[in-house]
Design a protein around this ligand. Sequence first.
Ligand code: ADP
Ligand code: ZN
Length: 512
Amino acid sequence: MQDPLAILRSTFGFQDFRGVQQQVIDRVMSGQHSLTVMPTGAGKSLCYQVPALARPGTALVISPLIALMHDQIRAASGFGIQAAALTSADDNRQETLARLNSGALDILYAAPERASGESFRAMIGRIPLALIAIDEAHCVSEWGHDFRPDYRLLRPLLDHFPDVPRLALTATADRETRADILVQLGIPQDGLILAGFDRPNIRYHIRPRDGVGAQLKTLLGGQPGPGIVYAPSRAGTEKLAEQLGGAGRKVLPYHAGLEPQIRSRNQAAFVSSEDMVMAATIAFGMGIDKPDVRFVAHAGLPKSIEAFYQETGRAGRDGDPAEAWLFWGGEDFARARRRIETEVEESRRPGERQRLNALAALVETAGCRRALLLRHFGETPPEICGNCDNCLEPPTTVDATEAARKLLSAAFRTEMRFGIAHLTDVLAGRDTEKIRNLGHDRLSVFGIASEEELALVKPVARALLARDALRADEYGGLSFGPSARALLKGEDRLELVLPPKRQRRSRRGGVA
Ligand code: ADP
Ligand code: ZN
């Protein structure tokens, strides 16, 4: 075996290991199994690349996406590492097998569905293995935000090589997910190595969506440097690219439905640009080596806190100040909840609901965003970070419990099928044709809201949708969710965070 530090210096040209890299590599070198959770950009690849070179034999790396493998191979080749992949997209299979069998390969990449097969196991059983790395290891857990059943097939392969050190790696895993990964992959408790999650140079801002095109234009106007705007759909990326372009800045779309040439052209333009904005689906960013991304903005709710953390983590990898913006709406929550109740397998629903509730807490909090994020990942951060919207400008809150109760009552009395506009009319006691025809002017809730309460109906509805006190059907019809009861019975209150009136320029020249 060779000395890892010597390899770090000679092969990679880096002086020292960073953070927990040394700890992880020591464990792999001593032949033990480990799981490491390190934020994006912390240098996970090095944790298996160095032992791949230092230990005798070839390292097998399991990775979920071909594009990700190819990025890794390109990066590894840049350091003179011999790496190849066996996938349907690689037509050099014979050559790769020859390199593997002659011992010339340092790293072999494969997807879980292939690696778990009988013939693959027989093939790698004939050569010495340096280690088995399982990248994006959260995919093995149903608790994780990106469960992939194929990852579950890996265990027999791992157990077939009990003496080969396994190294599971991921950038995002909360406590439950971590515990589950350990069990699923047969890694002992003491093999868990956590790096700190904080990305102190990223400033978080979370706002209700209110004309998101204009909100993003303001943002782009005050925020120099390359940035990514995430839209929830392919069509959304193109619409945003069109809307946001023309403001003097290059804005291109990126999503999996674009022609491959256009996609790679747009990506190349972004990577080499110093002020371009990419309007993209979340497919964009994984495996892209652009350390100077200055901001990441979400035009819609991400899938989970893990996803939010991972996607915003693509900003500021160079360590310089960067901004993360999230614009959310009540309908994001309504849609996500509908999906859980109709499309998600029943056994997975409790976990998914919990994940969505955690996101609701993040967007609704009047407290420090970073503290909430870090606590979510099991850390005990200070109460105040000084570098998020709520720390920089503590928001005003109002007790909107009464307004919330009135809105819920109005939904109940009108048989839980009307949208926010009609309910507002009822609460305001307006004389509309619809109200007269339905006889809603005879209801006890007709005209019971004060001016102040009426002004709060929209943010209240948004908050109730987020915390699952209200649910919306696809036409906007509002009905009760499970947390409505506690509010109505006086067991729960609604403390509403009022968004700042306008987006202001911050000290750094961005908008705050
Ligand atoms: P991750 O996979 O955790 O997101 P990468 O493995 O892509 O991160 O590493 C991020 C960047 O940091 C890469 O450019 C990598 O070369 C660099 N890097 C990793 N480890 C070190 C180190 N010990 N010293 C200097 N740079 C490093
Ligand atoms: Zn803060």
